[in-house]
Design a protein around this ligand. Sequence first.
Ligand code: PLP
Length: 408
Amino acid sequence: MNTRPTGRPFFFAPGPTNIPDRVLNAMNKPTADFLSPEFLAVHARVHEGVKRILKTRQHLFMYAANGHGAWEAALANTLTPGDKVLSLESGYFSANWAQMATELGLEVETLPADWRQGVAMDAVVRRLKADTAGEIKAILVAHNETATGVMMPLPDVRRALDEAKHKAMLFADTISSLGSFDFQMDAWGVDIVVGGSQKGLMMTTGLSFTGVSERALELSKRVETRRSYWNWADMLTRSPQKFPGTTPVHMFYGLDESIAMLETEGLDGVFRRHRRFANSVRAAIAHWGGGTKSSATISQAGIKGPIGALELVCAAPKRASDSVSAVLVPDGFDANELRTLAHNRFNLALGSGLGPLNGRVFRIGHLGDLNEPMTLGALATVELALGAAKIPHHRGGVDAAMNVMADA
Ligand SMILES: *Cc1c(COP(=O)(O)O)cnc(C)c1O
């Protein structure tokens, strides 16, 4: 139980994220007939808006579901049991999407990687070049691995496919990158994009979608995986309503408003803001840990090697995520104790360590509806909680963050 009911709760998990008052207010409307011309105009506007954010002129299907639903829709519509897919390992989310593919009867091959780095691109090129028979039908990539704060460079994956002259479809999970840093479906040759409402899009959980290339839609017509709710062919017959069943109209009102907010700031401005805040958060973390860079590695089996001080999980600076930072706590300390303390005493919610990182990592989400005072306030509170939890750290992380913010 939170012991401080006064003031606003500070929500700094990497999803769901803060919902702006403007978006909450936009949903405060009476029920509408989802087939009325008034609502269909909103529906169409949201579809076009999501396509602009995906940077695509191709196809979009939306679902009344969280991201897991769109994950399944992507796989079930485009692949047949027995098809081989290549999963680029980056952490808990890449592993879970691959697990779902296995459950749907696909043959999953994982290109293994240290969770602190994600798969190296030369390994991708080598694997694709070796697949001379073209057995790999799709590559699954988590654009932003929310569990580790590792960003996978999709344009490089595209280049790897092109260099190997490989025809596999490129699948990208953008659930925690979309609306936070750059993504370009068409320019990067991404065939299937998975997105969700509750992270960079600043909305409630429960609306997800897939961007689908012309080629993937064509391929989907010959697929044998059983599907009903997710079936694109069926959804295409339902125009203009599109949803099988009732359209969640209030979610469209909310998303309409959040798209307007993002586009008023301008996507490039939104991305710059996320980069500044990410750099500031990383500066604070580096300061707390005294700049320690251990050589420990992480896999599904856990952490290998000693962790002596607070440290960013992501050990590949070019891949450090602009939307989430995962932080390792030193050996012998409990990240969950820190999170509980931050929440119960100070009203600050932080993300937990996922899978093998539970108790070893806490995560700071720096995406969505954030400004300078919120970000600095959260960092100051993390520092307060580190002190209360007696986790060794250097004081002054907030100053380090402010220096970065002021310079940018
Ligand atoms: C949050 C997240 C998901 C899961 O989305 P849900 O809406 O919780 O089902 C999948 N992939 C990534 C990269 C995520 O960040």
